[in-house]
Write a protein that binds this ligand. Structure first.
Ligand code: ZN
Length: 88
């Protein structure tokens, strides 16, 4: 079992995490009609990049959503970034 880092809780077992999406996707504009094909593409199409990827993950116990950079070949985690705006 792999240990993944939550930017808020620290290292935790991979079973506590859920993959949410690849980064860089733009949600369809819901103020206009969105076809089923467009929704399906947004929800289910993945590029599955080989190598370094940036993905959105959720740490289920703390419910925080964050970006994880990892190598999809070696499974090495390269870093995490919060999606919160932290006070400056
Ligand atoms: Zn957490």
């Amino acid at each position: 079992m792999q240990v993944l880092p939550c930017p808020f809780c620290g290292p935790r077992s991979e079973g506590e995490f859920h993959f949410a999406a690849e980064t860089g996707k733009t949600r369809p504009d819901t103020t206009r009609d969105v076809s089923a094909e467009k929704w399906a593409a947004y929800l289910f199409d993945q590029t599955n990049e080989k190598g370094v990827t940036r993905e959105i993950w959720i740490h289920l116990p703390c419910a925080e959503v964050f970006v994880m950079s990892r190598d999809s070949v070696t499974m090495d985690v390269l870093g995490t970034e919060t999606l919160r705006k932290l006070p400056t």
